[in-house]
Ligand binder design. Structure first.
Ligand SMILES: [Zn+2]
Ligand SMILES: [Zn+2]
Length: 172
């Protein structure tokens, strides 16, 4: 019992407000005390098959079920409700690609928001800016990687920082 509590403490990582499950998984894998390097190893450990692969890519059909969430919650030490909050509601249509971003939001808090992949989401309401769906640097246009792979927070092709991309967002 004590061991389990200690493990939960070591593996626990608090999700950010509105953070997408893909981004959260990436942060969790890179946490020092987590000795699991990617979704394949974790899926194998928890016998989750292709589930995590789908979640990282925003394929939520079928949606996460109770058993999957319980397995994750048990290992990661995050309450089921907090895990569930990183998924869209089942009524919310999702656009898995392209990966989108409000760079102004990212500059304030560097993580991918689940709401950016909502089909209905055309722009950021806070900043009144349209979302970016690829690198806006002149001549680059590189698509953003899936958020679990957002490590440096910059374009993999030209190196432009996500946090400096807001000036290229058009008003909406
Ligand atoms: Zn924004
Ligand atoms: Zn670029």
């Amino acid at each position: 019992m004590e061991n389990q509590a200690e493990q939960h403490f070591l593996l626990h990582l608090a999700p950010f407000e509105g953070e997408s499950i893909s981004h959260y998984l990436g942060r969790w894998f890179r946490k020092e005390t987590v000795n699991i390097s990617n979704s394949f190893s974790l899926a194998k450990k928890l016998r989750l098959g292709k589930t995590l692969y789908r979640w990282e890519r925003f394929y939520f059909n079928p949606p996460p079920d109770q058993e999957e969430l319980e397995k994750m919650s048990g290992l990661m030490g995050v309450e089921i409700e907090r895990l569930r909050a990183m998924f869209p509601s089942e009524a919310e249509p999702i656009k898995p690609t392209p990966i989108r971003m409000c760079a102004a939001c990212y500059a304030e808090a560097p993580y991918h928001r689940m709401a950016w992949q909502f089909k209905a989401m055309t722009g950021c309401e806070t900043h009144r800016l349209r979302l970016l769906s690829s690198c806006p640097s002149t001549g680059c246009n590189q698509p953003f990687p899936i958020p679990s792979q957002w490590i440096r927070g910059s374009c993999e092709h030209c190196g432009m920082k996500f946090s400096s991309m807001a000036k290229h967002q058009k008003p909406c």
